[in-house]
Design a protein around this ligand. Structure first.
Ligand SMILES: *Cc1c(COP(=O)(O)O)cnc(C)c1O
Length: 420
């Protein structure tokens, strides 16, 4: 067989070799981080005595689902909490985050985001966008955010002034989501928590941890957050979980939000796991590796596409706290062309053409590329973004580093070297 890179323009191949050499030390550092996180996960599996009998799951009401209880204990242990809800009944990360936030508050309370505008789907959950039906406002619950400063940092004096008597929950979004700001590192989150506690020590601090898990070696709960949540279609699902979300944190808060997830009286005691547990355990076990592969892939994308003259963020050598790599195209045409190339490089549905369209929970049209084994999964290599200036593709995920590398080369070939 010919070498895999023979299909590409020799100039692109030369750039790839330069990129490989340049990023090698960064990739080695991510490999170290994978081992660190893998050790943490392995130890939790052993400490909680994960057994073959835990993998099969329950049916019906799901009473006494020992596997589910052990999975939740493992999640809590690894992610720095006292208890967790890890359920196939949580339909997505948005649902997990919404349940956590809305489960904590009561009429008269207020939820305050301090990291600028929340992620698009959460704006609808909180009644900041959309038709407002069922939003917290209908229950007399406030939801607001403090804009970031011009340099994209948290406006600490404004936050401290804004936190008041009714502020029950302060929310921090770790990953940039569909914003142009950088993602916030654990060190930055630690400083935010200190600033918040300085003015209101007993406020509950929630972190939207989507895309963050295992991208550093500690998590927001390790630096003082009370509760956090995320999606199993992202990092902690490891690419294996077929559905679900998680909420992890202080025991009393997990109990409180469990009554919002189901109903008072039942809380977390019911909820059959049917055939899901095996994939959820296995996915969490491999999640450090999968997340590391995705981050290594993002470093390659960043370095290669920057060398082709594109505006990328983060830069290849910048610290990372999530999976997201953005590339600005400046116009919708190139953005869509690049997305099409990503789709064509996928293992599933490679022959499909992605079309920008309106999606539930999003204000602008969104283009989503990525032929994934789990529908819409973004721990698998994918590229997406709302069609609005500066026409940014958000790339993330990658079950294997090799796939991200090949796909990025194919997309670069198609956009920059086709017909030349
Ligand atoms: C993806 C994401 C969510 C929502 O997760 P879904 O599983 O897509 O609903 C929430 N917040 C941030 C920052 C995200 O990146």
């Amino acid at each position: 067989m010919e070498k895999w890179e023979d299909e590409f323009d020799p100039k692109l191949v030369a750039l790839m070799h330069q990129t490989d050499e340049k990023i090698a030390p960064r990739l080695a550092a991510i490999d170290d981080q994978i081992v660190q996180n893998q050790a943490k996960v392995l130890k939790a599996f052993q400490n909680h005595r994960v057994a073959e009998s835990h993998l099969s799951g329950s049916t019906g009401y799901g009473h006494n689902d020992e596997g589910r209880d052990v999975l939740e204990a493992v999640y809590a242990d690894v992610l720095g909490g006292e208890d967790a809800l890890v359920r196939p009944q949580i339909v997505s990360g948005t649902h997990a985050i919404g349940v956590a936030l809305l489960g904590l508050v009561r009429p008269g309370d207020e939820i305050l985001y301090i990291t600028g505008e929340p992620y698009d789907t959460l704006q609808e959950v909180l009644g900041m966008a959309g038709n407002g039906i069922g939003s917290p406002k209908e229950y007399g619950i406030g939801a607001d955010y403090v804009p970031l400063k011009a340099d994209n940092s948290v406006d600490v004096p404004a936050v401290q002034k804004r936190i008041g008597e009714h502020t029950k929950v302060v929310a921090i979004q770790r990953s940039r989501g569909y914003a142009t700001r950088p993602s916030f590192t654990i060190a930055q989150i630690k400083a935010m928590i200190a600033a918040v506690r300085a003015v209101k020590p007993d406020v509950w601090i929630f972190v939207d941890n989507a895309y963050g898990e295992f991208s550093e070696t500690i998590e927001p709960l390790d630096v003082g957050a009370d509760l956090m949540a995320g999606s199993l279609f992202k990092n902690p699902g490891g690419g294996m979980a077929k559905t679900g979300g998680y909420i992890v944190g202080k025991k009393d808060l997990i109990e409180r939000v469990s009554y919002r997830l189901t109903v008072p009286g039942i809380g977390g005691d019911e909820g059959a796991t049917v055939g899901m547990l095996s994939d959820m355990f296995q996915g969490f076990f491999i999640a450090p590796q999968t997340t590391g592969n995705a981050i290594k892939g993002a470093i390659f994308e960043s370095a290669l596409l920057e060398s082709l003259g594109l505006d990328v963020d983060p830069k290849w050598d910048a610290p990372r706290t999530d999976l997201i790599q953005t590339v600005n195209f400046g116009n919708p045409g190139d953005m869509v062309k690049f997305a099409e190339a990503i789709q064509a490089s996928s293992p599933v549905d490679s022959f499909v053409t992605p079309i920008p369209e309106h999606m539930a929970g999003y204000e602008d049209e969104v283009i989503m590329a990525g032929g994934t084994f789990v529908a819409g999964s973004t721990i698998e290599f994918s590229g997406d973004g709302p069609i609005r200036p500066p026409y940014t593709i958000y790339m993330q995920g990658g079950l294997t580093y090799a796939h991200v590398k090949i796909a990025t080369m194919q997309a670069a070939q198609k956009v920059f070297f086709a017909n030349k």
